[in-house]
Design a protein around this ligand. Sequence first.
Ligand SMILES: [Zn+2]
Length: 315
Amino acid sequence: MSIFTKIISIFMMIPALLGLYKQDADDTVDAYVSRVGSIGIENTIESAVPQTEIYNMINEHFASPLPEGKTEKKAIVIGYDGCRADALTLVGDSYSGIGKMVDAGAFVKLAYCGGVNLPAENTQDTSTAPGWCAVLTGVWADQNGIYSNGVNKTLEYKTLFTTLVENKVIDSANFITSWKGHFVNDDSTYKLEKQYCEDNKLNVAFNCCNEDVASALTAIKDIRQDDCSDFIFAIYEGTDHAGHTFGFSTNNPIYESGFKLNDVLAYMTLEAVESRDTYATEDWLIIITSDHGGYGTDHGGPSMQERIVFIVTNK
Ligand SMILES: [Zn+2]
C-alpha cells in the first residue's frame, strides 16, 4: 500500500472511529433534484439517456473515419464506481479529472442505470455488475442476463473488449479494476469471457489491482507505452467504498473525499494521455462515467439517487 493510499485510508477511518456517521436525513429527492439542476448539465432527469449509449459512442468512435491529421484511434473510459450524478457539484478547481474535461469543453449528460428510466421501476439491480455490463455490452439484463452481481455472463453478448479485438477493429484492450466481482471470483461477471479471450489468444488484458492507486498506476503505465492499449477501461472505486462505509451523500465529507480520490486519479490518468509523444496525431474518445449511484449506505434499489448517473465526454 502506498503512503498516499495509507493517508487516505486513515483519513476515511476517522469518522467511523469517532462514531460520527449517521444516515443523512437531508438526502431528499427534492434536494437531489436541486443539486443536479445546479450543475449546468445538458439534459434533465426525465430526458436522461440509457447508460448503454456509451457502448454505441465507443463503437461509433472506432467505426468513424480518422479526422484530418490523425493517424490512430484510441478510447479510454474512466469509471467512478458508485458515483451519484449530484457528486458533480463536488468537482474542485484543481487536479480534477472531470473539471479538466469540462474546462476543455466536454459534454455532460445525465444517464440512467437499472434498465429503464424513472418513473418506471428498475428492471435490474442498480449495482456494479449490471451497470458496467450494460455499458460494455450495449444491452440490458433482459438480453445480457446480468440482473445482479455474482452471475457469470454467457458469451451470447460479448463485451466491447472482446468484439473490438476479435473483429480486428482495434489491436488491444485493457480492463483495469480492483473489484474481484468482475473476473476474479468463480461467480464473477466476466469469468467466462476472460477465459474465452485467453483461449482465443485475444489481446485483452484483465488487470485486478489491490486498490485504486494501483489501478490508476496500472492505467498510466499502459498509457506511457509507445503502443498503448487502443481501448482502456479503468474503474476507480473510491466513491463506492466511501458510500458503503459512511453513506452515499454529497453532504457527507467522506463520500466527498472518496469522490475526490477518484477525480484526482482520473486527472493523473488524463494527464498521462495528453503527455503521450504521439498525442497530437491520435484521435482519443475520453469518457468519465458511473455505473450506479447510492442511497444511505447501499444501492441496488429504485431511488433516484441510485438510478441517475452521468456521462462526461470529449465528443
Ligand atoms: Zn458499482
